[in-house]
Write a new protein. Structure first.
Length: 301
């Protein structure tokens, strides 16, 4: 009953977005998402609808208008032993498009607190908040965010440890009719990039049609092998069979302008840097699996 009393309570009242909708943030978002839709550029640009939550983020300093209700609810759940939390899903509804210059305001309410639920993670409560986002008098969107606040399930007492598993094989790529030519090239130590024969746009990974003009017709060009680390992550957890963390996974920008995900070799995982020049090479694993990797050729400038 104490938890249900929080339903309908305001979590934020008359919050104000820290920045107006702006073109630089739209550009950063589209670059990160690889979204080249022309609707998001130019003098008549709109913001991608899925950016709705971006304009309401409070950052490290938080927002004015925030109430204590949500924190009080979480504290009550902590005291009940539900000390862990995981985000489960979010839903968005859109009213109208946001445009650069729009000033965003919002209200947030604790919409629901579930009955106690049992999941594989443990037992706890699903908490849903709803945020109504406005620009002037217009309701531009609604964002629902749901978390599970739970007490971790107890693991059974550890029994005698089984023998160590045999070394796992590396996972094999999924080869289909759309990408078979790419993997045929790799086996021949050639990195082939699709090229639209209608508009000459290059694309990697391979697709059945051009993402720029929609043409289904294409040929290939062979990558020269030069590139640079555009971005990277270091994998620590979870561990995957056949891989020994930590290791770096990089997004490589090829000299031709397209990007692909691969491993960087020739340097420890903690020495990989954005901007490092790399050179394509091919490595064979388990006698028959050929994969393109990139060897470092220098530090970022």
């Amino acid at each position: 009953m104490r938890l249900k009393a929080f339903e309908g309570q305001q979590a934020a009242v008359a919050g104000i977005g820290k920045d107006p909708v702006n073109a630089p943030m739209i550009r950063h978002w589209c670059e990160a998402m690889g979204d080249s839709n022309p609707a998001y550029t130019g003098s008549e640009a709109i913001a991608p609808p899925t950016m709705l939550q971006v304009w309401t983020m409070g950052g490290l300093s938080g927002h004015t208008g925030r109430t204590t209700a949500y924190d009080e609810l979480l504290t009550l759940l902590d005291e009940a032993g539900c000390t862990s939390v995981v985000a489960t899903d979010c839903e968005q509804e859109y009213g109208r498009a946001l445009r650069p210059g729009d000033e965003v305001t919002f209200d947030s309410v604790i919409e629901s607190v579930s009955e106690r639920k049992t999941t594989k993670l443990g037992t706890g409560y699903f908490v849903t908040t709803r945020m109504d986002v406005r620009a002037g008098d217009d309701l531009v969107g609604t964002h629902r965010f749901r978390i599970l606040k739970y007490a971790p399930a107890r693991r059974p007492a550890e029994k005698e440890k089984p023998p160590p598993p045999r070394a796992a094989a590396r996972p094999r790529p999924v080869v289909n009719r759309d990408n078979a030519g790419f993997w045929d090239g790799v086996r021949q130590h050639r990195l082939l990039i699709q090229r639209c024969t209608a508009c000459a746009t290059l694309r990697l990974p391979w697709l059945p049609g051009c993402n720029a003009c929609g043409s289904p017709n294409w040929d290939t060009v062979e990558a020269c092998g030069e590139g640079a680390v555009f971005s990277y992550v270091v994998l620590h957890h979870p561990p995957f069979p056949a891989f020994e963390p930590p290791y770096a996974v990089a997004l490589i920008e090829l000299a031709e302008g397209v990007r692909m995900i691969s491993n960087v070799v020739g340097v420890p995982y903690d020495k990989v840097r954005i901007g490092q020049s790399v050179r394509l090479e091919f490595q064979t694993y388990e006698d028959e699996l050929v994969l393109p990797v990139f060897r470092t050729g220098g530090e970022a400038g």
